[in-house]
Design a protein around this ligand. Structure first.
Ligand SMILES: Cc1cc2nc3c(=O)[nH]c(=O)nc-3n(C[C@H](O)[C@H](O)[C@H](O)COP(=O)(O)OP(=O)(O)OC[C@H]3O[C@@H](n4cnc5c(N)ncnc54)[C@H](O)[C@@H]3O)c2cc1C
Length: 378
């Protein structure tokens, strides 16, 4: 079989992971990406590699996420061996922390529900005394929480850098500063043409739309329903501190380098990726209530970034029903699922593997029901 030529629109965590997964299997890969002013969730996220609490209404998503966590160490090692870049993976388990008994009870119910529908995600509900054993600096506002031994964290910027370095080393073509506006299909020879705003175009056997928020405009051109909207997350980062937090939590995490990341908000403010003092104050206050020693830490940076989010929060992985060879991919867990995107989606979009049966759940049509009301988990 001749090696397929694939164009991937979008060089964020999804596009880069899928591109690397394709090129390592022998596909000829080209990535088209915008300029540095583009919206890029991949450069502004919280870095959790996380399953517990996810997938309350979609059992297939729980299994898909667990598979992603299992495959991560292989990706971390492979990228390190190839590029020398450490993606910073740590999987010591992770804590969700609650400020009220009611919140913790609700959390326990959610986790039980996930497991009743076949999730099989190990977790333990802990009271404050037990939590303190693992998180000695815990503040008195935290009354309880949940722990899952599968969870962890990574360095999203280093992961993105490692993926791009690996792509270059494997001979993929990366074209920056182009904004794809049109996808054209040539029925005569079954090829796709990606046409950019400046008139440049690229032809290939297959095309993957991994353009984050840009997929909202591009996906309909290949007849895939992908209503993707921005949800802003603001995040704060402290100066580097002595190690005090051995586990990532839902409210803050300490990086390998020592800085503490505090996050994140979920706001519906359209395409505004700025920051606001009220949210910065809220995040800082919440972090200090969680770990009072943070009151002495200096904040060095705050940023906002836009999550590309479907109405129900679950991903879309779908081949076009009208134009076989065109794929739409979107997920708001691009760090957690990086290894699945690489090792499962890469070969799939290359045509080397069949569509995994669970991908029926991830088709965009599920979001077409005009009477349905969706909750995206934020
Ligand atoms: C605050 C915050 C916290 C988060 N926390 C976590 C977390 O803890 N764990 C986790 O797993 N995930 C987290 N995420 C989500 C994660 O960041 C995203 O799932 C992931 O970055 C999505 O990657 P992407 O490649 O689809 O999108 P993006 O990173 O947005 O990349 C899309 C790319 O496509 C390009 N593009 C767009 N349109 C076009 C076009 N027309 N032509 C060419 N190129 C185009 C853009 O330039 C961009 O490079 C978080 C996100 C945010 C914002």
């Amino acid at each position: 079989m001749a090696s397929p030529q694939i164009t991937i629109v979008g060089g964020g965590l999804l596009g880069a992971a899928i591109a690397y997964g394709a090129v390592r299997e022998g596909a000829r890969v080209r990535v088209l990406d915008q300029d540095d002013g583009a919206f890029r969730a991949s450069r502004g996220n919280f870095g959790l590699v996380w399953v517990h609490g996810k997938g309350t209404t979609m059992p297939d998503y729980v299994q898909w996420t667990k598979q992603g966590l299992r495959l991560w160490p292989e990706l971390q090692q492979e990228l390190f061996d190839l590029t020398g870049v450490d993606s910073g993976l740590q999987q010591p388990g992770g804590f969700w922390l609650g400020f009220s008994e009611a919140e913790v009870e609700k959390r326990a119910e959610t986790l039980e529900k996930i497991n009743e529908s076949g999730g099989d995600v190990p977790f333990k509900i802990m009271d404050r005394a037990e939590l303190k054993h693992y998180l000695p600096g815990l503040g008195t506002s935290v009354v309880g929480g949940s722990f899952c031994p599968l969870d962890g964290q990574a360095n999203p910027l280093m992961l993105l850098r490692a993926l791009h370095a690996a792509l270059r080393l494997k001979g993929a073509e990366i074209v920056n500063d182009v904004s794809v506006e049109e996808i054209k299909y040539d029925a005569g020879n079954g090829t796709f043409r990606a046409v950019a705003r400046d008139g440049q175009s690229w032809t290939s056997d297959r095309i993957v739309l991994a353009a984050g928020l840009g997929n909202a405009d591009l996906a309909p051109q290949v007849d895939v329903h992908a209503p993707i909207n921005p949800t802003r997350g603001q995040v704060l980062i402290t100066e580097r501190l002595q190690p005090f937090l051995d586990f990532p939590t839902n409210k803050c995490r300490q990086t390998k380098e020592g800085s503490v990341q505090l996050g994140s908000t979920a706001e519906y403010v359209g395409f505004d990726d700025g920051t606001s003092t009220d949210k910065i104050e809220w995040l800082a206050q919440r972090a200090v209530e969680t770990f009072p020693a943070l009151a002495r830490a200096k904040l060095v940076r705050a940023w906002g970034a836009l999550r590309p989010l479907t109405p129900d929060g679950y991903p879309i992985y779908q081949e076009s029903p009208t134009f076989p060879g065109a794929y739409v991919v979107s997920s708001h867990s691009g760090v957690t699922l990086a290894a699945s995107h690489c090792y499962v989606l890469g070969p799939w979009v290359s045509g080397f593997t069949q569509t995994p049966p669970e991908f029926d759940s991830f088709r965009g049509e599920r979001l077409l029901d005009p009477n349905a009301s969706f909750s995206n988990g934020y």
